[in-house]
Unconditional design. Structure first.
Length: 291
């Protein structure tokens, strides 16, 4: 429970709400009361449900106790935990519609306007992945951090993934390469309830590291190259309380492309093989709301 002012204060609303909620209430919920001097906006969030909002006009008498009672009653009604016949609903003054000021005025106010929901709820997660490209299949792991509901149902995510080193035969020896990848993406929930469908579009940065073995006169070194890519995906998510379990299908394209080149000592001819410029991924993981 939080409030941006002392009229009503978070403590006053909590005290009145305490007597309205029976023991069967939700495990946890987040409530914010915002007073801008003209309206009192109430935002309520419970895990697995959409954030609910309601704006009420401020009474002219400035009675903080009445405001706290109104806020508590609205919150209890939302949670469907109001004991029948025990509490009388406080009177809510009728809403007075005010015309919008002209565009050349310094400011305008619309009491019926939709308020944008902003949430800094931060998810921290980890998972495993399976990847497929032109060289075959491999497995790996990833970690992520993100705010999926930063503005309404749109947010961001940062991921870091790693797969084991892979090998390919080239000329007289074997080339070994790996590409740790970081992705920064924009997410949006196409549908959100207990289950959610979350789309993702972002940019990937890969650090390509290549080394070789079995080449005559070759001194073992590792060549490093940075490359960028484009990532797109769709996740199916099961949400409960502060938890999310997810299954995501993703594709990554590497437009720059990279080749491994070696020369034959007897003829001096050059041999090369192009590394995969795309990959498909299936990711399975779990996230927890740490903030």
């Amino acid at each position: 429970m939080s409030s941006n002012s002392e009229c009503p204060s978070a403590e006053a609303v909590s005290a009145r709400l305490f007597g309205l909620l029976p023991a069967r209430g939700p495990e946890n919920a987040s409530v914010r009361v915002h007073n801008d001097g003209q309206t009192m906006r109430i935002d309520l969030s419970t895990p697995g449900e959409e954030t609910q909002q309601r704006s009420l006009p401020q009474g002219g008498d400035g009675d903080c106790n009445a405001r706290a009672e109104i806020a508590a009653y609205v919150i209890a009604a939302w949670l469907d935990d109001m004991p029948v016949g025990t509490v009388k609903a406080p009177g809510i003054p009728p809403r007075e519609r005010r015309p919008l000021e002209s565009s050349n005025s310094a400011s305008s106010y619309d009491p019926d306007a939709e308020h944008v929901s902003v949430s800094t709820r931060t998810m921290l997660g980890a998972g495993v992945l399976g990847a497929s490209d032109s060289l075959g299949t491999t497995a790996g792991a990833l970690i992520l951090i993100g705010m999926p509901s930063l503005i309404e149902q749109t947010g961001w995510v940062f991921e870091s993934s790693l797969t084991p080193s892979r090998q390919l035969s080239l000329g007289q020896g074997t080339a070994t390469f790996r590409r740790p990848t970081c992705t920064l993406g924009l997410t949006t929930d196409l549908y959100r309830s207990r289950w959610a469908f979350r789309g993702q579009l972002g940019a990937s940065l890969g650090v390509l590291m290549v080394s070789g073995s079995g080449y005559v006169g070759y001194k073992a070194t590792t060549t490093t190259s940075v490359m960028w890519g484009l990532d797109v995906g769709l996740a199916v998510i099961r949400r409960w309380h502060r938890h999310e379990a997810w299954l995501r299908f993703a594709a990554t394209a590497w437009p720059q492309g990279r080749r491994i080149v070696t020369g034959l000592m007897d003829s001096g001819a050059l041999l090369s093989k192009e590394l995969p410029s795309w990959e498909l991924r299936v990711l399975l993981g779990y996230s927890y709301a740490v903030f």
